[in-house]
Design a protein around this ligand. Structure first.
Ligand code: ADP
Ligand code: ASP
Ligand code: MG
Length: 439
């Protein structure tokens, strides 16, 4: 059995959904199709939630109506047969009625998660209506019945495995299964999600849970590129990379993959393929335990980084100092991305500012604290890059005009990270493209 995940742009137009059905129905082995919301929907739902939270119900109502119109236009071209049209209309009516009811209820964070879930619920149900119209046997597996996270927001892989296999057993003869990406239930039994871009994570978790032959992530580009195509003009796809390399790139900003989406596949040794819905024949990127080649593969940028420097002469020859600092971050469940130390100072970075105030307050007794907001981490990723001849020279030689605030080298043999002020992001990505890849 395999997993095929299709992102927002891959399902965003009726003809794209038709195209996906033609791709899926060509499969010889059973497949679990994981779908995102239609492109733009989750952004619209985020906006609706924010407007309701602000108390601007009029604007929220306008945004709901605008989105509903979009769905009416979508189903018009999705299905033709009267029975299918009526069914699609009823689905749209049901979900927009729900949003309109929410307008009248007082706002809460858990209600907001219900709002955000509507996108994936709609896309999967409409997809199934089209499958039915085409006479293609299938079963919808509701993600809210098997996908769950614990009270630390970590997926419960054991329980996902059990529940999903029970659901699959109910449809033994079927070959096409459809489910929602992104959405899940939390430890309080409420609707929740795996954070923005989380459908990749759902796909990888499902692939791990069913021990899939492959986890295919279908998107709008022909695989992982060597640099961010949204910023750099000339980028090229990478044919093969290791789980470690892919995980570093995803974590450090390559938007094509959700930051946490690699570990489930890696842990269960499921190959991941990144494929292009618009060019299904393109090679894409294969991610397995094998890196394929040694050397620099790609560069990525992670935004909204905060650097914290703690200066203290008490650090000199002391032990236990770092532990005490780390404990502060642990207490506020705030991950540290980069860290560098000198004899009298330690610099580290975080991207989650939720508890920044409290963290800084607790760090005060340790020494003088300096905070630099608006930084980006630029990661240069590749198999055993530190062994690559002249790599460091090439890297720094190509960015001599850029002020580098921190460097992290040697933490993993696959990554060198640089911290630079955000205003240099585009420039450094472009210069590295030339300097490291000759593009
Ligand atoms: P989906 O909706 O299918 O999940 P995303 O928008 O989340 O798609 O991810 C695909 C996008 O990721 C591409 O269109 C591309 O602009 C962006 N991207 C950023 N960095 C990279 C990279 N290194 N390689 C490929 N795509 C990247
Ligand atoms: N629809 C969700 C989002 O836009 C999840 C996803 O597309 O992966 O973030
Ligand atoms: Mg995505």
């Amino acid at each position: 059995m395999k997993v095929m995940k299709f992102g927002g742009t891959s399902v965003g137009k009726p003809e794209r959904m038709h195209h996906i059905v033609s791709l899926v129905s060509k499969e010889t082995e059973p497949v679990i199709v994981v779908l995102s919301a239609l492109s733009g929907t989750t952004n619209a739902l985020v906006e609706i939630g924010e407007l309701i939270a602000k108390g601007d119900r009029h604007a929220a109502k306008l945004a709901i109506d605008k989105l509903e119109k979009h769905y009416h236009a979508f189903i018009k071209d999705l299905v033709k047969d009267k029975k299918a049209v009526d069914k699609a209309k009823a689905i749209v009516a049901e979900h927009f009625e729900f949003l309109n009811i929410i307008l009248k209820i007082s706002f809460s964070e858990s209600l907001n998660k219900d709002i955000l879930a509507q996108g994936e619920l709609l896309s999967t149900k409409l997809f199934c209506v089209y499958l039915e119209e085409q006479g293609i046997e299938h079963a919808l597996l509701p993600a809210l019945e098997f996908m769950s996270i614990d009270h630390y927001d970590e997926p419960q892989i054991g329980s996902i495995k059990v529940k999903l296999s029970q659901l699959l057993k109910q449809h033994k003869a079927k070959k096409i299964f459809v489910t929602q990406g992104y959405i899940c239930k939390n430890s309080r039994g409420e609707v929740d999600n795996l954070k923005r871009g989380g459908s990749d994570y759902s796909a990888s978790l499902i692939a791990a849970a069913i021990n899939a032959s492959v986890c295919e992530i279908w998107t709008d580009i022909d695989g992982m590129h060597n640099n961010d195509p949204r910023i750099v003009k000339k980028t090229v796809p990478i044919e093969q990379m290791s789980f470690e390399e892919a995980a570093e790139l995803a974590y450090f900003g390559a938007k094509i993959l959700h930051p946490a989406s690699i570990w489930p596949a890696q842990q269960y040794k499921i190959p991941v393929k990144l494929l292009n819905t618009m060019q299904p024949k393109a090679r894409g990127t294969l991610i397995t335990e094998k890196a394929g080649s040694v050397g620099v593969k790609a560069v990525a940028a992670k935004d909204n980084i905060i650097a914290i420097r703690i200066k203290s002469s008490r650090m000199l020859l002391a032990y236990g100092f770092l532990r005490k600092i780390f404990e502060v971050f642990e207490k506020y469940r705030t991950p540290i991305d980069m860290i560098t130390t000198s004899e009298v100072a330690v610099s580290l970075t975080i991207d989650n500012s939720t508890h920044l105030k409290e963290i800084l307050k607790e760090l005060e007794p340790f020494g003088t604290i300096e905070v630099d907001k608006n930084q980006v981490i630029i990661s240069v990723v590749g198999n055993e890059i530190s062994k690559t001849e002249a790599m460091v020279k090439k890297l720094f030689g190509s960015i001599m005009n850029i002020p580098v605030r921190m460097v992290s080298y040697g933490g993993s043999p696959h990554n060198i990270s640089l911290l630079v002020p955000a205003e240099y992001k585009n420039q450094i990505l472009q210069q590295l493209n030339k300097g490291m890849f000759g593009l």
